[in-house]
Design a protein. Structure first.
Length: 381
């Protein structure tokens, strides 16, 4: 598959990113872990994919997330957020707000229900995305902007609703393979002035995590140590409330199935998916699917309770997406048909409905969550 050619300016930027990474490899003795490469390619200040100014989201970017597809998503999600806020909380913390589309829709919907949080906090590491989300909110909910604050790290403590939409998949992953009965860690070296895979024996936490999976010879996959670390940090911060995390992935038994013996690492460039993480570093997104069993285990280790796990389709149906849609009369075909098509993308098993999952983690919140009223799959984790 031929991928689109970048502009000369974009290629020059990618060359700078690659040079920066090669410099780090040299400083580290000729090898860095893939997780470090992914961190640099995505987040190096002023250079990484999420840290530089290129457009990432929407039709003009590299991929589209549910909040950009339709406001239906945020409007329906807000119904679950509303339930938590009405239980006595007045703060929302969104991790990785991207363009700000989800935050704006959620705030609009909560205002419609007269349940506007006192504070809507946004944890965003990218200065570029911080500005974009601020512009979105200023345009759509200017009167609520004073309630929004941007953070560059988790607060020391938090009570309320934590929201993360497609956050875990963008966290750096470690790559491993079973070769000759031993666990090898994938890293990055320079060969003929080009970035390339390089393998060495795994050790420490990565080795222990891989050995617990008992993978067969030749199997290659990802281990999400960074995501597990984030869950442990979040567990230490969430004093009371609920964390809702939405992403694409599987429970452990499906994640490490024989059919996925090449792993789930995937790159996105100009709305095309491919598997070469060294293609134009800094210009493409690099992701992996989420191991939700590992997410649940890390949260439990931190003292959080697993309060729900369901497919995105089941969660949105439970939260009343059909009721939200009914605000638009079906007779108004010019407005309703596009809405129905958008809902199909969110709900269809062939689109986002089955692959995307919603996991709820809680502390000090015992009420059953509306989004998991039916079809809760906690036992699969």
């Amino acid at each position: 598959m031929a991928l689109p050619e970048p502009t000369p300016e974009a290629r020059e930027h990618s060359d700078r990113v690659a040079a920066h990474i090669r410099g780090e490899i040299a400083a580290c003795g000729g090898w860095i872990a893939f997780s470090r490469y992914m961190e640099l390619a995505l987040y190096a200040p002023g250079l990484g994919y999420y840290s530089a100014g290129a457009r990432k989201l929407g039709k003009g970017g590299d991929f589209v997330t549910a909040p950009e597809i339709t406001p239906l998503y945020g409007q329906t999600l807000a119904r679950q957020i509303r339930q938590v806020l009405e239980a006595g909380f007045d703060e929302v913390l969104e991790v990785g707000a991207g363009s700000g589309a989800l935050a704006a829709t959620v705030l609009e919907e909560l205002e419609r229900a007269n349940v506007v949080p006192r504070n809507y906090l946004i944890l965003e590491l990218s200065a570029d995305l911080r500005e974009r989300s601020r512009d979105t909110l200023a345009a759509r909910v200017p009167h609520l902007l004073e309630r929004v604050a941007w953070l560059n790290r988790l607060p020391p403590s938090f009570s309320g609703l934590v929201l993360g939409n497609e956050v875990l998949d963008a966290m750096p992953v470690d790559v491993v393979r079973i070769n000759g009965g031993k666990v090898e860690e994938g890293g990055v070296a320079v060969r003929n002035d080009r970035l390339a895979w390089s393998w060495r024996l795994a050790s420490g936490e990565l080795l222990a995590a891989t050995e617990r999976l008992d993978l067969p010879e030749g199997y290659r996959t990802e281990i999400q140590l960074a995501a597990r670390g984030f869950l442990r940090s979040l567990s230490g911060v969430l004093e009371k409330g609920v964390a809702l995390l939405i992403d694409y992935g599987f429970p452990q038994k499906e994640y490490y199935h024989a059919q996925r013996r090449e792993g789930t690492l995937m790159c996105h460039y100009r709305h095309q998916a491919h598997a070469d993480p060294f293609f134009l570093p800094g210009l493409q997104d690099i992701t992996s699917h989420v191991d939700f069993s590992a997410v649940a285990a890390a949260a439990r280790e931190g003292g959080l309770e697993l309060a729900g796990y369901a497919t995105q389709a089941q969660f949105l149906v439970n939260c009343g997406i059909t009721e939200v849609m009914s605000r638009t009369p079906a007779e108004d075909t010019a407005r309703y048909l596009p809405l129905a098509n958008q809902a199909n993308r969110l709900l269809s098993p062939a689109e986002m409905g089955e692959l995307f999952k919603v996991i709820a983690l809680a502390r000090g919140f015992s009420a059953p969550l509306a989004g998991f009223r039916e079809g809760d799959r906690r036992t699969s984790l």
